[in-house]
Design a binder for this molecule. Sequence first.
Ligand SMILES: Cc1cc2nc3c(=O)[nH]c(=O)nc-3n(C[C@H](O)[C@H](O)[C@H](O)COP(=O)(O)OP(=O)(O)OC[C@H]3O[C@@H](n4cnc5c(N)ncnc54)[C@H](O)[C@@H]3O)c2cc1C
Length: 387
Amino acid sequence: MINDPLRLEQLLDDVRQFVREVAMPAERAVSEAGAIPPAIVEEMRGRGYFGWSIPAEYGGAGLSTEELALANIELSQCTVAFRSRVGINTGIGTEALVQDGSEELKRRYLPGLASGRLTGCLALTEPEAGSDASALQATGQPLGDGRYRLDGRKRYITLAPIADVFTVLVRTGDASLRGADAATAFLVERGTPGLSTPPETPKMGQEGAPIGEVHLDNCVVDESRIIGRLHGGFRTVLKVLNKQRINLAALSTGPAIRMLDEALSYVLERKQFGQPIGSFQLVQAMLADCKVDIEAARALILDTARKRDRGEDVTMEVSLCKYLATEMCGRVADRVVQIFGGQGYVKERIIEQFYRDVRALRIYEGTSQIHQLNIARLLLQRSEVKA
Ligand SMILES: Cc1cc2nc3c(=O)[nH]c(=O)nc-3n(C[C@H](O)[C@H](O)[C@H](O)COP(=O)(O)OP(=O)(O)OC[C@H]3O[C@@H](n4cnc5c(N)ncnc54)[C@H](O)[C@@H]3O)c2cc1C
């Protein structure tokens, strides 16, 4: 759903200009420093990027799912760190609050998150609870006076080392319960005694988008910090992920577009056997396969976004999008490294960084295998209903 075509076109033009003139020239420096310079974060704040998905009444832009997907496809055409810095606030770091937060929590935190003054994050994954989120071991014990004591360890949490506001999921139900009614989401602010974040966890790529652990040790919070209802945390997180999987699919399409653009320039510039390598049909086939992959993903993502905006059930479609687009991006990265030959493998060109950066897309927010399982489960359920 496009709310305001003119406003959207202005936004997309602004993002294209930011990517081309601000982010792309800084990609190498951000990767080497492992951080985005504060001036660029300020620039993104000034341009209003942090508030894209937050409703206007709390200071955001209130973009629809389709508008957000289009903006994400543009912003993700630079290396992942830039969109990750913004994307947690326009995705998993705020969506629980937007969907299920109390009015008090929304008024207190959403304006700061929308402006980028505050940085959010979602802390779900634990050492023993990855794909099987229902196995989480962090706990929230009622103290009997309207407060809860949170204990446990979260890991691989994007932006945890620099976040101000943490949406954490902990077990509040009976230890024997798994799944739907066992967990609660709490909003915890940095500075709350008992919450700490060790230094970032080193990783393969996405330098400048730190991930790390969140430690909860006797961290006491008031019940007013519950997002949604007590024991309803998985339902809240499911709502977040339902939308986020469309976002992530869009964020996997931008890097593929950029890599194909880089390849198109290179095949005209690089000569072998006395001709540009773009004149070789085997190279052309790789270019064509990248284009087919990108357009198929883009079409599915925008179609799904429109369905979600119309209020349709997109449980199956979001898995299709996430699985298709992240695998697509991996295939494009692999082909483009091949097209660059040795130049695709050395650090002189940006392609080796994209190759490393996009590898994580197939792992987080549900691995490819988990999405295959979701799709098959829903297919089988629906066919049983018909039978
Ligand atoms: C860069 C990065 C950023 C992240 N950011 C966040 C974040 O912000 N917040 C957060 O909460 N988490 C985050 N994560 C964690 C991420 O969501 C998990 O890594 C992911 O869910 C997989 O869990 P796991 O790593 O424990 O792998 P595991 O669950 O141990 O999976 C290992 C392998 O087993 C396969 N597997 C598991 N179960 C099945 C099954 N039933 N059938 C078939 N195959 C199966 C998986 O597909 C995978 O191939 C991030 C991870 C990374 C790498």
